[in-house]
Design a protein around this ligand. Structure first.
Ligand code: SAM
Length: 217
C-alpha cells in the first residue's frame, strides 16, 4: 500500500515471525501481508501492532499473536469456496484473515462492544463476506451449518458437541484445549465413524466462557 507507514513492519512480521517459523501456505502469508493489523488494535498499542505478541483489546480480551493467527489459519486448510465459522471475534483481525481466504465467514462474539467495533471496522475495510453476531459461539450457528471449517479462538476444556455436529463431512475444527492457563491447539476432523485429533502446538488463550469452557471470572 503506497504511503502506508506500517507496510515495512508488516513485511518484516511475515518474514521474521511467520516464514522463519515454518508457515508455508502462500495464501495465508499473502493475507497476513495485506490485512492492516494496526487498525485492529487500540490507539495506544498501535506502535506494537506488528510485535510478536498478543495485545489487549478491551473487556480483558486480546488480539492473538500474529504467529498463532497464521498457525490456526493454515491448519484450517481453507479454499476460496469455504464457509467458515469463527468463535470469538475479538478485534476482528482473525476474521479479516479468514475473509481473505474463504467465501463466507460467520463470526460470534460474547461481548457486544467487541462485536460492534469489529463489525464496523470490517465493513469500513470493505469486507462483504462476513456475518457477525453476539452470543455463545460454542453453540455454533446452526442455521448456517454445515461449515467446512470452524475456528475457536478461546481456550476450551473439551470440544463443544454442537460444533462437532456443525462440521461438514470433510470439515476441520481448530481449537485450543487444556486448562485455564495453558492449552494445546488441536485440529479435529472426521475419520470414518470417529474423530481424528492432531496436536499442532502448545498455546495460551483467554478462556472460552461456555459449558465446554469456564464460567465468567
Ligand atoms: N481472534 C481474535 C482477534 O483476532 O482479535 C482474538 C480472540 S480472543 C483471543 C478470544 C475471544 O473469544 C474474546 O473476544 C472473547 O470475548 C471471546 N469468547 C470467549 N468465550 C466466548 C463464547 N462462548 N462465545 C463467543 N465468544 C467468546
Amino acid at each position: 500500500m503506497y504511503g502506508d507507514p506500517y507496510a515495512a513492519a508488516r513485511r518484516d512480521m511475515v518474514d521474521q515471525q511467520l516464514v522463519r517459523r515454518g508457515i508455508r501456505d502462500l495464501r495465508v502469508l499473502d493475507a497476513m501481508a495485506k490485512v492492516p493489523r494496526q487498525r485492529f488494535v487500540p490507539e495506544e498499542y498501535r506502535h506494537l501492532a506488528y510485535d510478536d505478541s498478543a495485545l489487549p483489546i478491551g473487556e480483558c480480551q486480546t488480539i492473538s499473536q500474529p504467529y498463532m493467527v497464521a498457525v490456526m489459519t493454515e491448519a484450517l486448510g481453507l479454499e476460496p469456496g469455504s464457509r467458515v465459522l469463527e468463535v470469538g471475534t475479538g478485534s476482528g483481525y482473525q476474521t479479516a484473515i479468514l475473509a481473505e481466504l474463504a467465501a463466507q465467514v460467520y463470526t460470534v462474539e460474547r461481548f457486544d462492544t467487541l462485536s460492534e467495533n469489529a463489525r464496523a471496522l470490517l465493513c469500513e475495510l470493505g469486507y462483504r463476506n462476513i456475518l457477525s453476531r453476539v452470543g455463545d459461539g460454542s453453540k455454533g450457528w446452526p442455521e448456517a451449518a454445515p461449515f467446512d471449517a470452524i475456528l475457536v479462538t478461546a481456550a476450551a476444556r473439551e470440544i463443544p458437541e454442537e460444533l462437532e455436529a456443525q462440521l461438514a463431512p470433510q470439515g476441520r475444527l481448530v481449537i485450543p484445549i487444556g486448562d485455564r492457563t495453558l492449552q494445546d491447539l488441536y485440529r479435529v476432523s472426521r475419520e470414518g465413524e470417529g474423530w481424528r485429533m492432531e496436536n499442532i502446538t502448545s498455546c495460551r488463550f483467554v478462556p472460552l466462557v461456555a459449558e465446554a469452557g469456564w464460567p465468567e471470572d
